[in-house]
Design a protein around this ligand. Structure first.
Ligand code: FAD
Length: 394
């Protein structure tokens, strides 16, 4: 495998190589609809209501926005997506995207579903990681209460023991099957509880290689410090530090809560500070690559190029097992397909689950792709440019 050469994401022919003209046209129509802010706002509310009322909208959602951003309603339905991505050297990370449950049997069901994704990934090069969110396995108020150091009732203590047992069952299964697993990062008021569990799992299962990866949100002003501390702990306790680096998905919610409750916002003062710390985290990982295993979870071209350059400077092969890049399915194909074409380790989060359950996820993707100050979203621009390129070449 080659070592890094200068990577660029401008090659749209490679970026859209998996898409026929017809598929590209469909993508154009979906992004053109999402570009309309009023339509997204109305469509999101209408779809949620219609699904609640049992109106026949499932078919239309499934064949449009769902099929663009999700693999299917279950693992089986994701099969064509796994195959198609792998034909272009891109891995799939099956992301069971059911959010917001609060029942014990729902948490057990989620645990079993995540373990099913581990079985599916086992010995399958097309699925390099599994992933889960702790809030799929635990009540959020309980996680917050643990973090706040409040006294738990007997029932809550038992419920928290069951959460830890679910997390361990998943990570042990990952370890037994040799499948790497991400623990997603969530809101600051539950993240310490999540971190605690993640480090216990790393201590148990990361002795020979990184199986368990925690997630580090660099939009948090304290995160670079936390990452350095995690590195020091990993060195002292002699385990590999699996780290998925992201900027962070809950900025508005974090700022709003801090304001409402009257504490300083944990978020960086501006985007430049998030960008600076994200790149500093990549550098820290590279300088300590004897301990770190990294996944750069980002659609930011500059940071992606920066990691590729660091790999080059350090004389690493493009497919060095310690370094992975990941994007969300249906987003930034120009990054994923060009990285894969240059031989880097790259994968897509492929969310799946019943349509009704993934609606919050689809709502976030739609909101992200509306126009900002009259400008088309980045994704829509790329589709338009590729259509023009194909037309000119006919
Ligand atoms: C594979 C993958 C896994 C992910 N896993 C998680 C996860 O576990 N937990 C999670 O929270 N998110 C996760 N995300 C989402 C991620 O955190 C970002 O929201 C998203 O990827 C956008 O950031 P970016 O690096 O792609 O690019 P960019 O578009 O360059 O950055 C946008 C991000 O910058 C930050 N930002 C924007 N404006 C400001 C501002 N004014 N001040 C400070 N910061 C600002 C925000 O985090 C915003 O999302 C994941 C993303 C990917 C691709």
């Amino acid at each position: 495998m080659q070592t890094s050469t200068k990577i660029s994401f401008d090659n749209l022919e490679i970026a859209f190589s998996s898409k026929s003209d017809q598929q590209l046209k469909k993508q154009y129509l979906i992004f053109s609809a999402m570009n309309n802010n009023a339509l997204v706002s109305f469509g999101t509310k209408f779809s949620n209501l219609a699904l609640k009322l049992g109106l026949p909208v499932k078919g239309i959602i499934k064949s449009t926005v769902f099929s663009h951003f999700c693999g299917g309603e279950n693992i089986q339905e994701c099969e064509p997506t796994i195959k198609s991505l792998s034909e272009f050297g891109i891995g799939t990370i099956l992301d069971y995207s059911v959010e917001g449950g609060e029942k014990e049997d729902g948490f057990d069901h989620t645990r079993d579903e995540i373990i099913a994704t581990i079985h599916k990934a086992s010995n399958n090069k097309a699925i390099p990681f599994s992933v889960f969110k702790i809030t799929g396995l635990a009540s959020t108020p309980l996680l917050a209460k643990v973090q706040a150091g409040k006294q738990l009732s007997q029932a809550e203590t038992e419920a928290f023991e069951r959460v830890k047992a679910r997390v361990n069952a998943i990570c042990k299964s990952a370890f037994d099957h040799g499948v790497r697993i991400f623990i997603d990062a969530e809101e600051t008021w539950i993240q310490d509880t999540i971190d605690q569990m993640a480090y216990e799992m790393m201590f148990l299962y990361n002795k020979e290689t990184a199986i368990v990866y925690n997630t580090y949100q660099m939009y948090r002003a304290d995160m670079l410090g936390n990452l350095s501390e995690a590195l020091q702990n990993a060195r002292e306790k002699r385990y590999y530090l699996g780290a998925k680096l992201v900027r962070g998905a809950y900025m508005e919610k974090e700022r709003a809560r801090a304001k409402e409750m009257g504490y300083p916002s944990p978020i960086q003062p501006n985007k430049a500070a998030s960008d600076r710390d994200f790149d500093a985290a990549l550098k820290l990982a590279m300088d300590n690559k004897d301990v770190f295993y990294i996944c750069c979870g980002s659609h930011n071209e500059k940071s992606t190029i920066y990691l590729a350059e660091l790999m080059n400077e350090h004389g690493l092969k493009n497919d060095d097992a310690r370094f992975f890049f990941a994007q969300l399915y249906g987003m930034s194909d120009n990054i994923s397909y060009n990285l894969a074409n240059a031989g880097y380790n790259v994968a897509k989060y492929v969310p799946y689950g019943p349509i009704k359950s993934v609606m919050p996820y689809l709502g976030r993707r739609a909101a992200e792709n509306t126009s900002i100050a009259g400008q088309s979203s980045r994704e829509f621009e790329l589709v338009k440019r590729e259509m023009a390129r194909r037309k000119a070449n006919k």
